[in-house]
Design a binder for this molecule. Structure first.
Ligand code: ADP
Ligand code: MG
Length: 345
């Protein structure tokens, strides 16, 4: 198990009277990529600014490389960190100068700054950009240059705040490649905020879901997208079937249906299942219902079936039985592991 490089306990932030980040305990291991996902306004940027030492917590602790930010340690810790924002910041100078500027706050002689800027551009396959005026770059190129200006400082932890939110898909892929290469080649620890869930799945070893100022779940991509801890996370990660249910004596019941559950579970829970994990069949199962609607959505068909509760089902168009129509009686089934039982918040 590799060492923990970021650790927070009870970390919170209040602006005015509003606590925008509720007490958060989080730890990040050396060399790991953690993606923080959540809707706009959830508190992602606030969390990142606290971790980077740009803002002071209202309560709680942060330890970076085992040390808290203090008047004495702050500068020394921050010299080992790098932060990249959504908005590209470039100076009206050459690309090489822009990158060398990343080193201007460190006591590094001018000649070495230039050399390291050159090396960084070469390593990133961007050598031909060196003499170009930063003004002439496209959005994607500009963001890669901003990124290079941070990489030239050789950060041990990189904080990325929605670095591709303003870029088209192709330019985003280039930035994603830089992220993965930096992590693989230098073992750099990375915390990336994103509202793009696909991006989080492509990049992250672990994912934290932040909703309304609270880190609700942290886990592997598989845990987040297939085993959400509660209804709010499930809704955010795209579960279309979320039912209020009640658990007792080893079963969970909802809408006239009953499924097995851990015996330890009692009281109000949620039953959650992805629309694409439900199988529609004409062969009898113990769940029967009536088709209420059928609609084509690109390469998929979405079907709602009333069984006492309403289920949403998503089937690839090519696998769909086109003889089905509204009013037909059908049967539903799913694999045991597709059904998730969680909290009802
Ligand atoms: P996200 O990055 O997930 O979109 P933010 O961390 O930027 O969310 O914001 C979380 C909440 O904190 C929002 O309600 C936002 O309006 C508020 N907020 C952020 N920064 C400030 C600030 N400097 N002063 C007051 N409120 C702020
Ligand atoms: Mg933000």
């Amino acid at each position: 198990m590799s060492e923990t490089v970021i650790e927070t306990a009870g970390l919170s932030k209040t602006y005015g009277t509003k606590e925008v980040l509720h007490p958060t305990s989080l730890s990040v291991r050396k060399g790991e990529i953690l993606a923080v996902i959540g809707p706009s306004g959830a508190g992602k940027s606030t969390l990142l600014r606290l971790l980077d030492g740009l803002e002071k917590p209202s309560s709680g602790e942060i330890r970076i490389f085992g040390e808290p930010f203090t008047r004495k340690t702050r500068r020394k810790i921050r010299a080992r960190l790098g932060i990249l924002f959504q908005k590209t910041v470039l100076f009206d100078r050459s690309v090489e100068d822009n990158i060398a500027l990343g080193l201007s706050y460190r006591r590094i002689p001018r000649a070495e700054r230039k050399l390291r800027a050159k090396e960084t551009l070469e390593k990133l396959g961007m050598a031909e950009y060196a003499g170009r005026s930063a003004r002439t770059l496209s959005g994607g190129e500009g963001q890669r240059v901003s990124f290079a200006r941070i990489l030239v400082t050789r950060p041990e932890i990189l904080f990325l705040d929605e670095p591709t939110a303003n870029l088209d898909p192709l330019a985003s892929k280039d930035v994603e490649s830089m992220i993965l290469a930096e992590n693989a080649e230098n073992g750099t620890t990375i915390v990336i905020n994103t509202h793009d869930q696909m991006q989080a799945q492509r990049l992250a070893d672990r994912v934290s879901v932040i909703l309304d100022g609270s880190v609700v779940q942290t886990g592997t991509p598989d845990e987040i997208w297939y085993h959400p801890v509660n209804a709010s996370v499930a809704r955010f990660v795209g579960f279309q079937n979320i039912f209020d249910a009640s658990a007792a004596d080893g079963t969970v019941s909802f809408g006239g249906l009953c499924v097995a559950a851990p015996a330890s579970l009692h009281g109000d829970v949620s039953v959650m299942i992805r629309a694409e994990d439900i199988v529609l069949t004409k062969t009898q199962t113990n769940i029967s219902g009536i088709i209420r609607s059928l609609s084509r959505r690109g390469a998929f068909v979405e079907i709602s079936v009333e069984t006492g509760v309403e289920f949403f089902i998503r089937i690839p168009f090519k696998e769909y039985d086109s003889s089905l129509s509204v009013g037909d009686t059908v049967f539903l089934t799913w694999n045991n592991d597709a059904l998730v039982i969680g909290g009802n918040q």
